[in-house]
Design a protein. Structure first.
Length: 265
């Protein structure tokens, strides 16, 4: 019995020794790998600024269809610290020129502007920006000469016509209605088709001194009195002149309304 116990103890010692030996072998084989892992430095992670610059380069290269090495970024302000973004960066062109890229982060919320250039390629206008169609110049109805007008010519409606012209090149004193040339005469030559200005004409003399003219007092639609009187001075359309009743010798004032016609005041 004692001998059997001794044999059992030796067997247990042998098994324990073999277990320790096996563990030592496994440790020895795994130790180089473990040491290698400890000695191998971890790959450096990119900084938020490097992530931003790389993303901008790739985005510009893809949108402009050029290699990424042709995209150049202007140095960023050293005082601006770029924060890490938890989500993919969003980029667009906020201005008409494609030289400025806006980078936006949703979380945390921030945005940054980066100046870029593409080697060998001129700056482009945003693809989404539609070219502006030049607005047509504003038109204005004015009075133009329908024939060559010579100095001293008495005007009527047949000498002019209304036409649309570019308002940006028209002076403010251009005439607009044919009625404005009635009882008027030309004071300077005007070529056919040229706009007629207020200083190109003047009221013509409709009443001359010494002539007998018809004066009317009252309303044409109602009670009105007419009489013949003498003009004491020349008068143009719309001017006030002195008149004299030869029968009574009384002097009157009237406004010239037409050839030898005066409205009493």
């Amino acid at each position: 019995m004692k001998h059997a116990l001794q044999m059992l103890c030796r067997l247990l010692d042998l098994l324990i020794a073999r277990g320790l030996l096996l563990g030592l072998v496994v440790w020895l084989f795994s130790a180089p790998s473990f040491a290698a892992n400890l000695g191998k430095p971890a790959g450096p992670s990119a900084s938020p600024q490097e992530v931003l610059q790389s993303s901008v380069k790739n985005w510009v290269a893809q949108s402009r269809k050029v290699p990424a090495d042709q995209v150049s970024l202007a140095p960023m302000d050293a005082r601006v610290k770029v924060r890490a973004c938890d989500k993919p960066l969003n980029m667009d062109l906020p201005f008409a020129s494609a030289e400025t890229v806006r980078v936006r982060c949703e979380r945390p919320v921030w945005q940054q502007f980066v100046r870029v250039s593409v080697v060998g390629k001129a700056p482009e206008i945003q693809a989404q920006a539609k070219p502006e169609t030049p607005a047509e110049p504003a038109k204005r109805w004015v009075l133009v000469a329908s024939m060559p007008l010579q100095r001293g010519m008495m005007l009527n409606e047949t000498h002019v016509r209304r036409a649309q012209v570019d308002a940006s090149v028209m002076p403010v004193n251009v005439l607009e209605e044919p009625s404005e040339v009635l009882h008027a005469e030309v004071v300077r030559d005007v070529r056919s088709g040229a706009p007629l200005r207020s200083h190109d004409i003047r009221p013509t003399v409709l009443v001359k001194r010494g002539q007998m003219v018809l004066i009317s007092v009252g309303q044409p639609q109602g009670f009105q009195i007419s009489a013949r009187v003498e003009a004491l001075q020349d008068g143009r359309f719309g001017e006030q002149i002195k008149l004299k009743n030869r029968d009574s010798g009384r002097e009157l004032i009237g406004r010239v309304q037409g050839p030898n016609q005066v409205m009493g005041l």
